[in-house]
Ligand binder design. Structure first.
Ligand SMILES: [Fe+2]
Length: 211
């Protein structure tokens, strides 16, 4: 098979350089390095503040992407008598976390930063423990999800304080209204599944003067 010449010019037409041929396999140096922010933006927020905020938000983003994926893993791999309700609940939370991912990522970009995006970079950055590839039982799945929520909720509280201190009200609002509140609610829905409540027979109180 003849080797394709990647530098070959697209065939030209009578109209000079105009051609319907797509110019494939292009590459060029990146236009902004990860970990930097654009210099001048009409945000009235100093560059060091935006650097600090985007660094913190990228940590929050990496953890949120990991939690999002942990929900999909749990949605697919769940087993047992509560399969159907958990299968649906995990996917609902997955969808909500996906929206949060987009909200955080776009805040990083609008602050002039660069959002972390790819799985390999996320895996290197997240603080959430890596689960095994195989299936785990429901209480273990839920415990993992709750541990992940706790990491994110703790970081949200720190970030809420820091953003207020640095004068970044927009990040404060996002962290509290979008991320913290949603995570608090989701952990409640999960935690209730780990309460050892009877399914069929109510617990009988001990007879006081028995015997
Ligand atoms: Fe599904």
């Amino acid at each position: 098979m003849a080797k394709k010449d990647r530098n070959a010019k697209a065939p030209t037409t009578e109209r000079g350089n105009l051609s319907a041929q797509p110019r494939l396999h292009q590459s060029a140096p990146e236009i902004q390095a990860y970990g930097t922010v654009s210099h001048m933006l009409p945000l009235d927020l100093e560059e060091p503040v935006r650097l600090e905020m985007t660094e913190q938000l990228n940590l929050l983003l990496a953890d949120t992407m990991t939690l999002r994926d942990l929900y999909k893993k749990s949605h697919w791999q769940v087993a047992g008598p509560t399969f159907y309700q958990l299968h649906l609940l995990f996917d609902k939370h997955y969808g909500e976390q996906s929206e949060i991912v987009d909200t955080i990522a776009e805040r990083i970009q609008l602050l002039g930063g660069v959002s972390i995006a790819m799985a390999a970079d996320v895996a290197e950055t997240t603080r959430i423990a890596r689960p095994p590839r195989g299936r785990e039982e429901v209480p273990v799945q839920i415990s993992r999800l709750l541990d992940a929520h706790q990491i994110i909720i703790g970081h949200c509280r720190e970030l809420a304080e820091l953003s207020t201190k640095l004068g970044d009200a927009g990040t404060n609002d996002l962290v509290v209204s979008d991320v913290l509140r949603a995570n608090e609610l989701q952990q409640w829905f999960l935690s209730e599944h780990l309460v050892d409540a009877p399914l069929v027979h109510a617990e009988q109180p001990q007879l006081r003067n028995a015997g």
